[in-house]
Design a protein around this ligand. Sequence first.
Ligand code: ASP
Length: 329
Amino acid sequence: MTLPKLSIGALGGTVSMQAKSAGEGVTPAVTGEAMLASLPELTELALINVETLCLLPSASLDFEQLLSVLRWAKAQVEQGATGVVLTQGTDTLEESAYFLDLLWDLDAPLVMTGAMRSASQVGADGPANLMAAIKVALDKNSRRRGVQVVMNDQVHAAAWVRKSDALAVDAFTSPLFGPVGVMVEGRVQYLSEPPLERMTLPYPGKTHHRVALLEAVLGADIQLLEQIVRLGYDGLVIAGFGAGHVAAQWAERIGRIAEKLPVVIASRTGSGTTAQHSYGFVGGEMDLQGRGAVMAGFLCPRKSRILLWLLIGCGMQRKVRECFSNVPL
Ligand code: ASP
């Protein structure tokens, strides 16, 4: 029997971290090749190509690096890989997964995973997560699902997954939407059909632009907001109160900024959608839309920043409203 080809790219994160000596903090040290040593049964599942693309804590990944990871992953599929698995730190996994998902225009699965416990800890979850991710990437039912995140025996869609606990093993959830699949006796069982449509964007023509993300908080002053245009930002996302609201004094500044750059208002609550025509007060979503801001819908502030950054990078500033209102659910 010919085995399928599978490529694994290691980027770092807790899944690759261990302490140099007892009592020291863990740092990225375990290469992709070494990670696979804990899974000898893999040789019966697939012909594995493993590469250590970088060894970083995920807080230090950036868009340029993710674009080169994307090129690498696409090349793997072009060279015959059935699927691709990426391991990375969990701190920014929800952002990098959505970033790659928006650019992943292939049917082959791109599956991302990590670990909440380092390789040095008792009960490290890295090997189990990696094995589950590999099985998901090899499963024929994983095609046409874009980028998925596999953690703790659950499969999550890139657009909705978030790290909702700082240290727990079950840190990854998709509030409101739930996981799209679960691992059952070593196989993925999907709970829903692949999406009928996916939003994918062209490779960004420019990458040096910047999108700021500011959170609305009780009693906040307006000094940071006042600086956004002067500091040369190309776009702004506001993590707004509730269904996408800000204080009255922010509303007026946001209106002025929206004359110059795209401004997106998301909800800081962690679940649910922004409203469109419910609240009429100054700083409410009706007022903000009237001033030119775009509501993010179900996309959280961080993912909204990713989408806005890519839209600007693709020269699609004029399509910001349309794209945010057409994010497939
Ligand atoms: N705690 C993080 C992790 O899970 C560190 C990182 O994101 O690199 O991997």
